[in-house]
Design a protein around this ligand. Structure first.
Ligand SMILES: [Zn+2]
Length: 412
């Protein structure tokens, strides 16, 4: 067993003359047996063969009150020094301390599973776990060796990647994934299983869509993803359930081919930065009014003029039973699942939309119309439109009745 830890040594003779301790260095500590003697071996990157200290009758004291925090001090007699251990796995440190105690009395450690060889330590054992990796050319891509499983940040740019390397999907600790400036066309469904991702940057690729799993209710990204950068791709639409990404704080989707935003965009309650300039947006969904942003950019979109869109009347004189039942289920928040309702009924309920004026849910009976909305109502600090004065955008609304419809026209 080799214990990986930080070790500082204090030469007690020197300390008594006022000299300080050495700084803690990344090390391994192990015990090995040679002929009849057992030794403690302390290796560092500078001293791979290690300093070796005989243990029999040579341990003055072991300070082990902080073992549970991975700390201990081993005081040797000859040379008279303290080895101050920190940053160790507490269970392994306990085993090592026990082994040192046993060896110091002259008892054998054979069969206890703690003895190691006296071979010099290898660099990979002693080095700190790697948490960041940047690859910015094909030549530096770790084709054979793969990615260290300890990575928290990975950037692979300018490598002409066509898809995600499946080995990236297994990085359980990865928080920031930057694959910008490649040629990625699609993302695998399993990206939704990456549990620690906080930021994904896929700028300047060839994506035309996100996988359906991306924002499904059971996607791990729904509870972790805070920043999504998709600028300069070919994305035509976002998943219908995109609003499930409830931790999303920044969405950058400039220079794509978005024609519509999903109805549920208003569900992004934590969204603060929404940059969607240079797309093909002509009208925005009504739920946009639920956002509370700090920065929005909708320049470079050819929005429709409100007066140019005729209203669509789908009002029925009498509401259907299905309509009334769905309203009650939503209003009373009645729980339902696959067992209690058919797929058709669930789709019907989930397809309902709120009346812009009175928030009553509408299903089969409604008036669909476009109204003008001042984007400054949802933005605290920055509003960028083509014309600084023109902060009005058309909103695709549903009205439950003529009364609400006429009320909204009066408001304009
Ligand atoms: Zn209404």
């Amino acid at each position: 067993m080799r214990l990986v830890c930080s070790v500082a040594s204090i030469n007690l003779e020197a300390a008594s003359r006022g000299f300080g301790a050495s700084k803690g260095v990344r090390s391994t500590l192990s015990v090995f047996k040679k002929e009849e003697n057992t030794f403690l071996m302390w290796c560092t990157t500078k001293n791979k063969h290690g300093s070796r200290y005989k243990l029999h009758n040579n341990v003055e004291k072991i300070f082990s009150r902080m073992l549970s925090e991975g700390k201990a001090t081993i005081r040797l007699k000859d040379p008279h020094l303290d080895l101050c251990v920190s940053g160790a796995n507490s269970i392994d440190l306990q085993r090592l301390v026990n082994a040192i105690k046993v060896a110091s009395t002259g008892q054998s450690l054979l069969g206890r599973g703690v003895l190691s060889s006296a071979e010099p330590v290898q660099n990979r054992v002693i080095q700190k776990p790697r948490t960041k990796l940047m690859v910015n050319s094909k030549q530096r891509y770790p084709l054979l060796e793969g990615f260290p499983s300890t990575l928290e940040q990975l950037a692979v740019e300018h490598c002409s990647l066509l898809k995600l390397d499946s080995r990236m999907l297994k990085l359980r600790h990865l928080k920031i994934l930057n694959l910008s400036n490649n040629k990625i066309k699609t993302l695998p469904d399993s990206i939704a299983e990456m549990q620690s991702l906080v930021e994904i940057n896929l700028e300047n690729n060839d994506l035309s869509e996100l996988p359906n799993t991306f924002s499904m209710p059971n996607s791990k990204l729904c509870s972790s993803l805070r920043c999504l950068k998709l600028n300069t791709n070919q994305i035509k639409c976002l998943p219908l359930d995109f609003g499930n990404l409830c931790e999303l704080y920044q969405l950058h989707i400039r220079s794509n081919k978005l024609k519509l935003l999903p109805q549920c965009i208003g569900g992004l309650q934590k969204l603060k930065v929404f940059l969607a300039s240079d797309n093909l947006l002509r009208i925005l969904p009504a739920s946009i009014k639920c956002l509370s942003l700090e920065q929005i950019d909708l320049s470079g979109n050819d929005f429709l003029k409100v007066g140019s869109i005729p209203p669509l009347f789908r009002l029925k004189d009498v509401s259907s039973l299905q309509d009334l039942a769905a309203r009650v289920i939503i209003k009373k928040r009645l729980p339902y699942d696959k067992e209690s309702l058919t797929h058709f009924c669930r789709e019907f309920i989930e397809g309902g939309r709120c009346c812009w004026r009175c928030s009553l849910y509408c299903f089969e009976s409604y008036i669909r119309t476009a109204i003008s909305f001042n984007i400054a109502n949802i933005t605290h600090t920055v509003v960028r439109m083509d014309n600084e004065q023109a902060v009005e955008v058309p909103i695709d609304c549903i009205m439950c009745s003529l009364r609400c419809y006429q009320g909204s026209r009066l408001a304009i």
